[in-house]
Design a protein. Structure first.
Length: 248
């Protein structure tokens, strides 16, 4: 029986592409300029490709799809080092955090959603489900997003990049959620749009629910998803199905 759900954020609760793809394309030239690196087509493409973006498409297993700012910074510094450009990983992480946050917060673009979020969250609460978030985004950005779409009050747990927590698929956020609410691993479902989210569930003994509303197609989950749905709009029906199956 599912008693707790850890949701990924981007691509799961809110549309990934309307937010982060556009933001990455805007942030990269500014990042280069701030570091006095020539803003050439070659350098822009190098950094976009390093983030997992090519020809305007996001690689579902690329950095932007699931990695934390710290991990993306490592990738970027490594790519630039091959061009004999040396940057501090810590400074790069702080820059990326700031630039992405500024771009997303000041864009004025409303979050595109996949269902009526208040009705959806109330449905989960009626089922006495403990609701958590496990995201690679920063705490402030995640909380701003949840507040903006009016669902922050429904969340019992926020797992995000605070500079200390290990990113998914490491067990830290999963165990923190389980211990805080006295949940068994098999009572926790992870709902996300990437292979990384599915690994996060499976490596820790949880139930993996993949959604096709983000960067992944069914094949991209690599056979690790226990269930696959179009979007969270279909989650209440799936929970009913799982409940009936477990009661037999």
């Amino acid at each position: 029986m599912i008693k707790g759900i850890l949701f990924d954020k981007d691509g799961t609760l809110v549309d990934f592409f309307s937010l982060w793809l556009r933001a990455a394309e805007a942030v990269v030239p500014v990042f280069l300029k701030e570091n006095q690196i020539p803003v050439t087509g070659e350098m822009v493409q190098l950094l976009l490709c390093t983030m997992g973006i090519e020809r305007g498409e996001v690689d579902p297993k690329g950095a932007l799809a699931y990695k934390s700012y710290g991990e993306i910074s490592e990738d970027i510094c490594k790519a630039l080092k091959e061009k004999q450009i040396i940057l501090s990983e810590e400074k790069t992480r702080r820059q990326l955090e700031r630039l992405f946050h500024q771009n997303v917060a000041q864009s004025g673009v409303p979050f595109r959603l996949f269902t009526d979020m208040n009705t959806f969250m109330k449905n989960l609460k009626v089922r006495n489900i403990i609701i958590g978030l496990a995201t690679a985004d920063t705490e402030i950005s995640a909380e701003n997003c949840l507040t903006s779409i009016g669902i922050m009050e429904y969340f019992d747990y926020i797992g995000a990049d605070d500079g200390k927590r290990s990113p998914k698929p490491d067990k830290e956020m999963f165990l923190e959620f389980a211990e805080q609410f006295s949940l068994k691993p098999e009572e926790i479902a992870v709902v996300g749009d990437t292979y990384n989210d599915m690994l996060f569930a499976k490596k820790n003994g949880g139930i993996a629910i993949g959604v096709l509303s983000g960067v992944s197609e069914e094949k991209d989950f690599g056979g690790e998803a226990d269930y696959i749905i179009a979007s969270i709009h279909e989650l209440p029906e799936l929970l009913e199905h799982i409940g009936r199956k477990n009661s037999k």
